[in-house]
Design a protein around this ligand. Sequence first.
Ligand SMILES: [Zn+2]
Length: 417
Amino acid sequence: MGFDTNARINAERLRATMDVSSGIGAKGPGLSRLALGDADKAMRDIFVGWCRDAGLEVSIDRMGSIFARRAGREDDLPALMIGSHLDTQENGGRFDGIVGVLAGLEVLRTLNDLGHVTRRPLCLVDWTNEEGGRFPPPMLASGCFVGAYDVDWAHGIVSTDDGTTLGEELARIGYLGDGAIDLAGVDAYLELHIEQGPELDHEGLDVGIVTNAATVYGFRMEFLGETAHAGTRPMALRRNALVAAARLATAVDDLGHAHAATGGMATTARVAAQPNKPGILSHTCEWIGDVRHPDAAAAAAMRDAVLAAAKAAAEAARCDLVIRDTWTWGGDIFSRDLATGARRVASELGYRHRDITSRAGHDAYFLAQARPTGMIFIPCRDGITHTLDEFTTDEAIEAGANVLLHTAVRWADRSGT
Ligand SMILES: [Zn+2]
């Protein structure tokens, strides 16, 4: 049963679906829809309703990820999984991973309209906590899905905002599932996402075919010092944890500038001191940040430099250093076959495209550890993202959804096992 190359998604319906999403957790022109908060719950409830209306079989796993399965002609074969994430950062955009999930839904709705049943099943996914905005590290649920993280450990992660745990919040919003879909049921994974960089936009391209990913090393650490009076504690005796974190912050920024010419980046994302009050020294300070480089060896060197800088910062401030957590992803991880398929579709559909390196983290990185994985990027204006002003056009979303449609259907319909 062939699939009509002239088939296209319903752009009007996808726009309307995106518009509903843009109203849930709205903040200015963007969104604040942090994982497992009330807005995330509201979005999930609506999304599950849409999936059920489309005749999809919905299940929730122990990490709260939502799976919506569309049966295949040979339904015992593993499914092609498509999707992304519906959560955002504190000041996030309307598009980010949301485009990937809702375009995925539009693909399945389009197949319903056309009466096309793919050979393999298709499974649409919304991964919990991709952003890690409340519960670091990011891409937590996809990491658990492939076994890179332990689910019980993940349930115990404490929110950076309010002291609740991820497991408590999953239960509170009613998304602590029982894990109906597992890795064995997955054939491959395909994710549509905005680029989160300026290349496609500035080059006037419609679509990017992701062929590799910058290597990332992330850290959550804590400096432990001692509270004392700001007016009486001698300088030589001070153990101000905030100072240790500040020293690390400037060292990490210097590191990023030193590697900038070759594409390296280094970020202090969070410094949170306790008690953080005027007139006293802080006894504890959390530091969260990461380093990234397109070259894996250079990224590893930057990782080592961060760890050395953290040690030096702790010593200089006479504090203790505790590494709470580290994470890494990226590299040459994507399926050449899926990239070839997406590239061919983009050409046939007449979209301007080129190959591209992914710089941000994505759930696809974890899926790539276990299954053939591909990513399709669409441009976002000036590459700005994780901000309320993040923007991409309806035309870009439509182009990406059409490439997703045909790439997914060809992959799911392919012969062989
Ligand atoms: Zn994202």
